[in-house]
Ligand binder design. Sequence first.
Ligand code: TYM
Length: 340
Amino acid sequence: MKKRVLSGVRATGKLHLGNYLGAVKGMMALQDDPQYETFYMVADLHTITTPYDPQELRKNRREIILDYLAAGLDPEKSIIFQQSEVPQHTELAFFFSSVTTIAKMQHLPTFKEKVKQYPEHATLALLNYPALMAADILAYKAELVPVGIDQEPHLEVAREIARRFNQDYGTDFPEPKRFKTVGEYIPSLTGEGKMSKSIEGSYINLSDNLETIKSKIAKIPTDSGKGTIHPAGKDTVYTSDAGTVSPGTGALMSFVHLFMGGDKRRELETQYETSGIRYGDVKKELSELIFAELAGFQGKRLELEANPEYVDLIIKKGNERARAAAENTIRDVKEKMGLL
Ligand code: TYM
């Protein structure tokens, strides 16, 4: 039997460059590997764990699927589906919540962040977010999960749940591992933290045109272009001649590395410590390279928008195939738990 892969994206808007490089690229690499059977969903149930608008959700969960297809997920190779259309996920999540302690969930960094962001919405659904995510993965007994580095704590919970269930009930859940990409952590354009849909000014959308990309890249808060570089731990720190640390320069260098290569980055770092960098030229070239990577996506997206019946059919078939696969797992789990 082929090894399985599962991944998902919340339905909070269109895909951004961080989702694409951190997750979708890995999803594509695995769908093209005949060793794997790939399940890719839109996580619409995870979207309702924080405040949301129903109209927007209905629109956004379709946008994500259009983005998946335009980016190159292939319904001939992957099962593309909507999480809420496969009720086995919520069923399994409830079973999993019986081996998950409240204390453990309260201490997860992702939970704490969301509670800080929405103090009035520290709900049970939010607390149970990682158990639902474990159910998404383990409903298919998936072994590999292509996601960005920010999802690692959730995968750790999924592994713990799998171990615990196997011990208590004799199930045969694998301990799922993250499939890493070079873009596992894409920084925010503001220079602070990671690129994120919830931080305005932090992201590039896959649908942005060249002008928009140029203006967003131009706004990365770089420094005078000259200073010193210290490799501090894992992260390089750029300190301009004025003596201030420049996180924006660090973010720019990450993008240079990804789109122009490691040699170009080293060349620019040498310039930073000697003659100084002319950011205008670098930012312009970088914007053009980012746009070039997205141009194919944008053409395909327009074609798909003009063909809603085709998209509907893919979703319908994907939902059916996912339900059939998840039902097999649920039946086995219920039997072992004494529910059948
Ligand atoms: P979400 O919707 O926050 O993000 C979707 C995917 O994009 C990755 N990502 C990034 N990667 C690199 N750099 C960034 N700046 C960046 N921002 C986002 C995320 O790591 C993720 O891979 N909990 C998940 C959704 C989910 C899921 C699942 C994923 C629900 N069930 C089961 C895998 C398996 C989430 O909130 O992703």
